[in-house]
Design a protein around this ligand. Sequence first.
Ligand SMILES: *Cc1c(COP(=O)(O)O)cnc(C)c1O
Ligand SMILES: [Zn+2]
Length: 414
Amino acid sequence: MSESIVRALKCRECGHEYKIEPTHVCEFCFGPLEVVYDYDKLQGKFTRELIESRPQNMWRYKELLPIDGEPKVGANNGYTPLVKADRLAKALGVKELYIKNDSVCYPTLSFKDRVVSVALSKAVEFGFKTVACASTGNLAGSVAANAAAAGLESYVFIPEDLEQGKVLGAAIFGTNVIGIRGQYDDVNRLCSEVAGKYGWAFVNVNVRPFYAEGSKTLGYEMMEQLGWKAPKHVVVPMASGSLCTKVDKSIKEFIKLGLVEDNQTAVYGAQATGCSPISKSVKDGTDMIHPVKANTIAKSLAIGNPADGYYANQVMKESGGYAEDISDEEIITAMKLLAETEGIFAETAGGVTLGCAQKMIESGRIPRDESIVLCITGNGLKTQEAVLNEVNKPRIINASLKEFDVLAEADGVQ
Ligand SMILES: *Cc1c(COP(=O)(O)O)cnc(C)c1O
Ligand SMILES: [Zn+2]
């Protein structure tokens, strides 16, 4: 059993189906295309035992990913810890809390390694030699690293004002980093034009339907690691809104295949107030997404015109979830809380997830006595600017016991 059950690409709006090729927009209605599967082919064959017998990486669910046979890129990627966060739970006043810790995702320390593995594997299948992306930061690093390891040429396009760690985290792999004067939405617009003209595989443009499916593996792992259970509540950070929709899709697929029981999981979205078009739509009770100009330290989430915003909005509404947004100050406070209670140094997006979850717990949107999973999606070492002046500086002394004694006495150490 290793055959992919992919059926087609299907327009999310009019339902028109297309064969599997590097395309992402419906020719009839300009709706986005999504990968659809013949789940019936897996009934009874795709079992917990089969999955558990496989190596601990994201490909243990490969039948539910849109590749042919074995992965061509990123064979070791994915599979991150699900941490039972008891100290953080206590701080938040909740009973059962978990962190899906993709801040340590292999190889570039963000969940983007999941989407890139699928996008680049598919790009190789399609015969592309050059891969590219429009990125808010983490995607650039992941495309660069995974392309390097696969011997592919790469171009990554980013807003010019990204954090050092994100820029360096791409450049080290010898990729072509192109900094654009403007915001992510300007970068994305340019990339649509470049993709059309140069014929490269842009992971989040022309191969986006395949790329997006990689996010499902975060949800699959979460359920397997909970002991083949879906949580009651899951909180997801949102940029384009894609991850939010794919976590929901992963849960529906596992229910359909009999791998977990339906736990009526509610999906919640998290954004920074400085770029919150999706959470605003949910809070306003509308499904209209109004594009914004982004202004926040959570640069990885700074997409003012989110491609999957509408679908994320629907997921939150239909699952019984909600959305929130928090200020930059609250993001920093939450990053420190996560670090000090659980020893996890997450990037700004992690602060967004935790801070929004806290806000929804306090407002009663998320009950305190049911299971909650927080999706922590990126690593704090890549967004050091955000907290550099928010932590204690080292106290410098000479290598002298006497000097340390003075310091310890001042600390009240016995
Ligand atoms: C890209 C990104 C997200 C959200 O991505 P979507 O576009 O909503 O799928 C969340 N967290 C981090 C750290 C990211 O880099
Ligand atoms: Zn259509």
